[in-house]
Design a binder for this molecule. Sequence first.
Ligand code: HEM
Ligand code: HEM
Ligand SMILES: Nc1nc2c(c(=O)[nH]1)N[C@H]1C(S)=C(S)[C@@H](COP(=O)(O)O)O[C@H]1N2
Ligand SMILES: [Mo]
Length: 341
Amino acid sequence: MKARTLRPVAIARGARINVALLALLFIAFFTGWIAFAFATAPARWSLDVHAAGGLAILALLPWKSMIARRGLDRPRAGRWASILLGILVLITLIAGALHSTGLLVYWGPLSAMEVHVGAAIAAVPLVAWHVFARRVRVRPTDLSRRNVLRAGALAVGAAAAYAGTEMLVRASGMPGAVRRFTGSYEAASFQPDRMPVSSWMFDAVPQIKPSAWRLSAGGREWSYDELFGFDDRLTATLDCTGGFFSTQDWAGVRLARLIGSAAGLSIRVVSATGYGRRFPIESSSSLLLATRYGGQALDPGHGFPARLVVPDGRGFWWVKWVSRIEVDDVPHWWQSPFPLQ
Ligand code: HEM
Ligand code: HEM
Ligand SMILES: Nc1nc2c(c(=O)[nH]1)N[C@H]1C(S)=C(S)[C@@H](COP(=O)(O)O)O[C@H]1N2
Ligand SMILES: [Mo]
């Protein structure tokens, strides 16, 4: 096979596209996780950057396919890994668009959002390998005025394209028009019996007998009946990173009542399954340990006997099947940003 000789202009363009892709992949990955970390304003602005970044990647793909074709012309190891990377990036983009337009929000047991994030995570080691194995030489002149202008034009174009697709989704009344600011779809609000059951990763629903169950909190144990006797109420929205949200009337007991006068920096709420999250001590009066939703007892899927309600906290903070609440001097931010279980 004859290697094609490329003019320096084409080489510089190739490097430019590849470097831009790398930056955009970083931005999309980072802002995606910011969006998952919050159920408040940062979720929105990070998703605006995220969506524009994703569309910018899409815009560069025609140029990238020219580079890829050139690379594929040379017989060398690892081309299949590059092709797999291409497939994963395409799946990520397509699933993101399916979720955002609402054209296909569920695919069997998986949501488009789960496919989107799953493919993106799977692509990470391949990107790392790819960048290492197909090294691009970056020169100081790459930061030229012209390249900065190019990057600016790409950013403006991507933002406009994102605004355009959002307007199109709304004007045409696609299902995606009714997403919440986190991108999630409403599901069974105020209909507890129809609320979706979800878990962060692999936690299975435990069957807990209320007679044998005890909650340890504030230096003592509480029985189910004791907890059920409280009637603090809160209307709050559970917003799962899987792509749905559901608002319910929750009832139970404010954590402040359970921990009493215990002193410390943070509160750790632990599930019977071992899953747990830590909260700043100041939040003890806004957090609710719920035994009921919509006036009825929780069911096993939703955390029976008791589950945490975290207003303005993403779903993964809403620990289910709570068995232990501890106060200690570990700062609340001293934990993995996302559950590891
Ligand atoms: C959207 C993400 C990307 C995809 C889907 C992708 C895909 C591919 C494919 C299929 C090839 C041809 C097969 C091969 O040479 O292994 C290739 C080549 C290459 N890629 Fe990527 N790539 C991506 C991002 C990047 C990034 C971020 C860099 C560097 C910063 C990069 C640098 C290169 C280089 C230098 C080549 C070789 C080109 C040549 O031999 O002329 N790529 N890429
Ligand atoms: C590098 C890989 C990624 C790319 C290229 C990418 C790209 C995209 C694209 C193109 C959209 C559709 C935007 C729209 O038109 O509304 C989207 C949506 C979304 N992505 Fe990603 N994404 C990536 C990774 C992630 C990750 C890792 C997360 C979460 C941890 C994430 C979370 C989301 C969310 C929540 C939406 C929905 C936004 C909405 O409905 O408004 N993405 N992504
Ligand atoms: N013990 C435990 N609690 C958990 C989880 C889990 O995996 N284990 N998943 C969390 C996540 S990610 C979400 S979205 C909500 C889902 O609550 P639901 O099943 O009542 O909708 O529970 C949270 N609480
Ligand atoms: Mo979730």
